[in-house]
Ligand binder design. Sequence first.
Ligand SMILES: O=C(O)CCC(=O)C(=O)O
Ligand SMILES: [Fe+2]
Length: 284
Amino acid sequence: MTEPHIERFGPDVSIGSLIRALDRDGVAMVSNAIPPEQLAALNAEFDVLIEGSEPGTPNHIPMLIDFMGHKTHRIDGLPGKSKTFVELLQHPLALQMADHYLLPSCLHYLLSTAQLIEILADESVQHLHRDDTAWIYPPMPTDRDAVPTVEVPQLEVIVLYALCDFTAENGATRVVPGSHLWPARRKPQEHEVVAAEMKAGSAIYYVGKTLHGGGPNLTPDQARRALFLGFSLGWLRTKENFFISTPIDAVREMPPRVQQLLGYETHGGIGVVDVGCPSALLRT
Ligand SMILES: O=C(O)CCC(=O)C(=O)O
Ligand SMILES: [Fe+2]
């Protein structure tokens, strides 16, 4: 039996080769996916965001606070906060991957989530999970990982960029190659988990069904910085776009039940603002 591993490609990889690896392993790595100048620009903008943030997500819904980490900075809302992020959002390889996996099931897809994640020294390991279980009810705490995998269409694809060197010690993302094809209840053994060690500017690409999680940061003083983007099917949303059509000042005057109907409450981890529940916006 071959040891599980993540196939590595160079930045000029063809989308066909990337897809072949993704179909087989559910994950693939691309070195130097971000050119050095863009990486430097991103990090300069993100340094400022991290300086203004605190680790931990106390405003998140209780069942996800441990998942989000207590010694981890998480910053979302990035399209409105970083010009370079907006450039990176158009990276052809990520969009070609999303075209391939999502367009068979929708007219067009959406940026579903994007987070800057900085795992600080002494953070513990994140639970191995599938990102697409966020949409599959019932969510935690019953048996959240025991959801059908192959029977469900591809809901989400993800690219996670390393913004610093990723090592097994500083919290490189842990991935279970092949787990996108596993039966729902199969649990990974430790020898099936691979740390996505890679240089700054590299990326892993994975599908929503692939088991993965942030690694523990075992270093005394190194931060591990990542940026992940998830693209999801374009119809995974409400028919009417009340978020845009209803001014927030009007929503503030409405009864809580109506605020909930208009989307100011998350569904588990779906519908977050500032890595938390958007109802916080109504109280400010
Ligand atoms: O930080 C990481 O390496 C992975 C984070 C992750 O998978 C998540 O928060 O869903
Ligand atoms: Fe994840």
